[in-house]
Design a protein around this ligand. Structure first.
Ligand SMILES: [Zn+2]
Length: 83
């Protein structure tokens, strides 16, 4: 499991949809389908990036363009409340 990180999506700070926390751990998840498993093509299934909220455990799933890590030392994204 990776360490907790802040993240942005399209330049905006990501906050947990459930509790509003801003720290997440990332992990890759497979998006296997039953049909592909049956045909032995599970290897061809796509994967997604899950950002799991450190506070409540809710998993935010991203496919395609992934969120970017955010280093507060480089400044806060526009529109972010810095409380
Ligand atoms: Zn949360």
């Amino acid at each position: 499991m990776s360490t907790s990180r802040l993240a942005t999506v399209r330049g905006r700070a990501l906050r947990c949809l459930i509790c509003g926390d801003r720290e997440f751990r990332s992990r890759e998840v497979k998006l296997n389908t039953t049909g592909a498993e049956f045909l032995g093509l599970a290897w061809a299934n796509r994967s997604a990036l899950a950002l799991v909220c450190d506070s409540c455990g809710y998993a935010h799933l991203f496919t395609g363009k992934h969120p970017e890590p955010w280093d507060p030392a480089q400044g806060y994204p526009a529109g972010t409340v810095t409380d």
